[in-house]
Design a protein around this ligand. Structure first.
Ligand SMILES: [Ca+2]
Length: 279
């Protein structure tokens, strides 16, 4: 009996899928249901082999729907139909954020999807990296050295690329092999509100000559995560005038509590990090 019910459900799903495919292929007659643009297009998928790259990176934008067009930007602005039209794979040679959106005559435009790609510069050699606290025992990554191994995690926080901290601030101290001119620090973080993982509220960058007395170089305040924010890989950059640095301290200050719109409101958010870049 159970088998029969499962079979009926399966047949139902297959018939529904066929109907949808048929409706879409018999344009435009059977698309009249969508002519008033009541239905939103599915967003395109951003596909690339790597998030960190050395020389150049190839990015594809995918959406399997006839007569749809994908427009994209590389300057951080929201794509409209005036933005470049995606035709072939996009090749980038610098760090970029790509935003893409699909359009179709018979549908409302899709949501905007975005992804960041980071070109690894001639980064200075790190002699030692240390943290002011241990990660949670279930999310230890591969230790502090995993934050400088150039390996990037996916949005799955359970993989060993990620270190997870259950509330509170995180202080990272980096000792360079030799003093070098540095002008940017980047923290590679995860935003996954559905798993109670949030970006910090502020990132501060300090420099020191002796590893003991640190001076604030620059900081960046981040907005609170909005409701329904997607799970995303995030790079938080702090730029400053080029400074000769032997030791650097990066302080990630967490929000004290998860925002009110979330079921975990009032409790400390998790912080997940997989890489620090110093350039
Ligand atoms: Ca890493």
């Amino acid at each position: 009996m159970i088998m029969r019910i499962v079979l009926f459900i399966l047949i139902g799903i297959i018939l529904t899928a066929c109907a949808t495919a048929q409706q879409l292929s018999e344009q435009p007659a059977n698309l009249s249901f969508a002519k008033e643009k009541q239905f939103e297009l599915a967003p395109p998928v951003i596909k690339s082999g790597k998030v960190f790259f050395d020389e150049e990176n190839k990015i594809q934008l995918l959406l399997n729907l006839e007569n749809s067009s994908i427009y994209y930007t590389l300057d951080g602005s929201d794509p409209t139909e005036n933005a470049p039209l995606y035709k072939d794979e996009i090749i980038i040679k610098e760090s970029k954020t790509i935003k893409a959106r699909a359009f179709h005559d018979h549908f409302l435009p899709s949501e905007i999807v975005e992804a960041q790609f980071v070109k690894l510069g001639q980064n200075p050699t790190v002699k030692k990296i240390s943290l002011n606290r241990a990660p949670h025992e279930n999310y230890q990554g591969t230790g502090a050295d995993g934050l400088i191994d150039r390996k990037k995690g996916t949005t799955n926080f359970r993989t060993p690329y990620w270190m997870g901290f259950d509330g509170g601030d995180l202080e990272i101290i980096i000792e360079l092999e030799k003093k070098e001119g540095i002008k940017k620090a980047t923290a590679s973080l995860l935003s996954d509100p559905s798993s109670w993982i949030f970006l910090p509220k502020e990132m501060e960058v300090y420099a020191s000559a002796d590893g003991t007395h640190f001076d604030l170089l620059s900081s960046r305040i981040l907005p609170a995560t909005r409701e329904n924010a997607p799970n995303e890989l995030k790079f938080v950059e702090v730029n400053f005038p080029e400074t000769e640095i032997g030791f650097m301290k990066i302080l990630l200050k967490s929000f004290s509590a998860i925002p009110d719109w979330h079921p975990g409101k009032g409790t400390p958010p998790w912080l997940f990090i997989d890489e620090i870049l110093v350039e």
